[in-house]
Ligand binder design. Structure first.
Ligand code: AHR
Length: 495
């Protein structure tokens, strides 16, 4: 056996911010409309227009923070079109996503209601690309000002007396691309200007997030940190796991060969290098790590499901996606000194979704189940882990077969999460628990696995991939002998 893990239960490495388990929901395809918002008159059971089944499912995974309204949509969104009586709201074209009519029925009030129902923090992304400084400033005034002012009065006229609490605000999205095609120097100046007017009213303190780099554009991070680092609380980073080529063919979500499985794992693991390198640049300007790395878009991006609108980014979700989620969380945990928030793209019916809907029907994806299994790490203390793993080899290329992270929660319970990315081979592990001891410990666990690389849930078979009790961990003296099946995600609890 060459898989050895030592979990140091008495060496804490920092807190895993629960916001690492954040979500992103854009006005894109069927994410907001149909997926979340069905309207008050819908036959689908809803709470003030928000579908109840989706609400319940999202509450179960404890969504801590939700980013909205985009994405690329954010830099074309004019918030004033989305408040007031719904029947008179302006209709617009969603030029980025399928050219469909956006009726603005889901706007500021509806989004903030959704967050209240989910008991999560709202994270609003403002419009720098095609919006004015005044528009952005007035949005914050509308939402958070308690006194007498044109925007606060308008909010009251629209039915909301009290201001909302709003913590997270993004100053633009992908400003290097759909958010304005800017150079970093230009955006850094715009960031400085726009953020000046994102005001803190009363005791509402806004955490300002600057639009960050695309993948490995380290120069973007350098320029932003150098020219505006002291004016931001967070700097974003976007990276998607795409087994193929973004323009020439990303690869199918379900119909893929072994080499695309391998490529997907390899590309997912690349997140670790990106975080390390961007962090090193941030450290130069912010050695105390005051500025959080906010990975506000991540996840798999495949070709759309055959027969669906190419602008809607609807894809199925298989056990492969579950592994991608588990790998990301292990990486994010292990970088919790810098990574303060991440937001998977996207919550419902778009890209690596938690939930798929079809009319009144809803299914949970394998990715959803990983969020559910891993939620025990939210706000827990990261533990130091030393490990040596064997390799998963394909076509002469090698990846570590297993990844791991561990944490200790407020009640003292230790949780260890493991991913075996090899789709054929089990992994036998020798796990030592230092500072706790396995002898006499109560060990339990949950596993998500499948027997096919593309195993997934459908509306006909909604529970084809679902977590079950994990019985592959045996206490042997002071250690645990663990057998991880091929392509599995496992979370073990030791108390
Ligand atoms: O998540 C889909 C799109 O990907 C977002 O709108 C954009 O920010 C990114 O390019």
């Amino acid at each position: 056996m060459n898989n050895v893990v030592i979990v140091n239960a008495d060496i804490r490495k920092g807190t895993i911010n629960k916001n690492i388990y954040g979500h992103f929901s854009e006005h894109l395809g069927r994410c907001i409309y149909e997926g979340i918002w069905v309207g008050e008159d819908s036959p689908i059971p809803n709470t003030k227009g928000i579908r109840n089944d989706v609400l319940q499912a999202l509450k179960q995974i404890k969504v801590p923070v939700l980013r909205w309204p985009g994405g690329c949509f954010a830099d074309e969104y004019h918030w004033k079109d989305g408040v007031g009586p719904r029947e008179s709201r302006k209709r617009m074209v969603n030029t980025h996503w399928g050219g469909v009519v956006e009726n603005n029925h889901f706007g500021t009030h509806e989004f903030l209601l959704l967050c209240e129902l989910l008991e999560c923090e709202p994270y609003i992304c403002g419009n720098v690309g095609s919006g004015t400084v005044q528009e952005m400033s007035e949005w914050v005034e509308y939402m958070t000002f308690d006194g007498e002012s044109p925007m606060a009065n308008w909010r009251r006229e629209n039915g909301r007396e009290e201001p909302w609490k709003l913590k997270y605000f993004g100053v633009g999205n992908e400003n290097w691309g759909c958010g304005g095609n800017m150079r970093p120097e230009y955006y850094a100046d715009l960031y400085r200007r726009y953020q000046t007017y994102v005001r803190n009213y009363g005791d509402n303190k806004i955490y300002k997030i600057a639009g960050g780099a695309n993948v490995d554009d380290y120069n973007w991070t350098e320029v932003l940190m150098k020219n505006a680092g002291w004016l931001m609380d967070g700097l974003s980073l976007h990276y998607y796991t795409i087994p193929g080529d973004f323009w020439l063919g990303k690869g199918s979500a379900l119909d893929f060969p072994e080499d695309e499985w391998f490529m997907t794992m390899k590309k997912a693991l690349h997140m670790d290098e990106l975080i390390r390198k961007h962090s090193t640049i941030m450290d130069k300007y912010d050695p105390d790590k005051r500025v959080g790395m906010i990975i506000d878009e991540w996840g798999t991006w495949f070709d759309v499901e055959p027969g669906t609108n190419p602008g809607f980014l609807y894809q199925q979700n298989a056990i492969r996606d579950a592994l991608v989620a588990g790998l990301h969380f292990n990486i994010f945990h292990n970088h919790c000194d810098r990574v303060q928030m991440t937001n998977i793209a996207q919550t419902v019916n778009v890209l690596q979704a938690m939930i798929l809907t079809e009319g009144e029907k809803m299914i949970l994806t394998p990715t959803y189940h990983v969020f559910d299994m891993y939620k025990v790490h939210q706000d827990a203390e990261l533990l130091a882990v030393d490990s040596t793993f064997g390799e998963y080899e394909y076509n002469g290329e090698k990846l570590p077969q297993v990844t791991v992270s561990a944490s200790r929660d407020a009640a003292g319970k230790v949780h260890i999460s493991l991913c075996n990315i090899d789709h054929l081979q089990d992994a036998e592990l020798d796990l030592e628990l230092r500072g706790l001891g396995a002898a006499g410990a109560k060990v339990s666990g949950t596993i998500l696995t499948a027997d096919k690389m593309n195993a997934h849930n459908t509306f006909e078979q909604p529970e084809a991939v679902k977590p079950v009790e994990f019985t592959g961990a045996a206490v042997q003296g002071n250690k645990l002998a663990i057998k991880l099946p091929a392509m599995s995600v496992v979370t073990i609890a030791v108390e």
